[in-house]
Every structure is written in structure tokens, then in C-alpha cells.
Design a protein around this ligand. Sequence first.
Ligand SMILES: C[S@@+](CC[C@H](N)C(=O)[O-])C[C@H]1O[C@@H](n2cnc3c(N)ncnc32)[C@H](O)[C@@H]1O
Length: 174
Amino acid sequence: MQYILPIFIIFVLLPIAIAGKSLAPWVPTRKWDIQRLIQILDLKPGEKFFEIGCGDGRVSRWVAKAFPSSEIIWLELAYPVWLMAKISWLFRSSQNCEIKLGNAFKQDFSKFDVIYVYGMPDKMWAKIIPKFMSEARAWAKLYSYVFSIPEEYKNNVVSHGGSHEAKIHILEKK
Ligand SMILES: C[S@@+](CC[C@H](N)C(=O)[O-])C[C@H]1O[C@@H](n2cnc3c(N)ncnc32)[C@H](O)[C@@H]1O
């Protein structure tokens, strides 16, 4: 009995905390904003959508349902959270999904047409956006929820959202 708390801390809380430091703590995209995302998402049949840090998988689940002919790849670093995403997929999701456990910084971004990310601005600016700009294929798009894209790419960015809405910024590789 006395081991339950340390085991919980080491095997559940610690991996979640490590992921929180890596890119962002687990804070989900709001459901209303997922609907807004679906409306502006430019995803064609056969294209690959990649969610960096999928959390409980709510974004990828909705995208998979809305775009059944596209390939939806969910990635999560914290394995307890990944497990939740996997279980949610088993119960509700479509067949066009692959749910991966891994680190975003070790993925090859050139494989994807559309990337969705909700990450802390310092990690986005220092790591994710430079990686996207160097690896992504031409015309690939990165959707950043809430946090903006550096000024130097302003000619490649379109931002959606009114003054009372969370912003969704779209960065296109040209
Ligand atoms: C702000 S949450 C966003 C969750 C989900 N994308 C959503 O919008 O509902 C960030 C997620 O990224 C995960 N994460 C953090 N660092 C990561 C990394 N290096 N690679 C993959 N996932 C990571 C966290 O565990 C967390 O679930």
C-alpha cells in the first residue's frame, strides 16, 4: 500500500511532467476551437495529417472523422496520456488513424502535408518552427493553436480568429 504513491509519481506523473517540459503541459484544445479548425483545415484525400502532442486525442479524433479519406497520425510523448488517446481511439475512432508514442523532435516532418501543434511559444519558436521550415515538403502547412509564428515568416502566415477567439495561425512552407 505504501508503494502506491511513489509508483504513481514515477510511472504516471513523472512522464507527464517530462513531456510538459519538452513542448507543453497537457492542456487540451477547446472543443469549439476544434470545430473552427475543421472548417479551415485544408486536407485532401490521401494527405497526411500529423498532430504533435495529441493529448487525449480529441483533435485527431475529430479530424479523422471529418476527413475519412486522409491519414491521421497522432503522436504523444507521455505514455500515460498516449494510453488514454489509444483507448479513446479503440472506442470511438475511425480506421484512418495511427497512434504513435514518441518525441516530436525526433520525427521526420517531411512525411506530412499538414501538422497541428499546441505548444509553448519558446519551444515552438526555437525548435518546432525551424524544424518545420527545414524539413517539411513544399506547400505543407503547420497549424499553431493560440501561439503566434515568428515575424520573419509573416509572408507565409495566415491567422484565423476574432478578438474574442483563440487564434489559429497557419504557416505554409513555400
Ligand atoms: C498543450 S497539450 C495539447 C494536446 C492536444 N494537442 C490538444 O490540442 O488537445 C501538449 C501535448 O504535447 C505533449 N508533448 C509534450 N512534449 C512532447 C514531445 N516532445 N513530443 C510529443 N508530444 C509532446 C504533452 O504531453 C501534451 O499532451
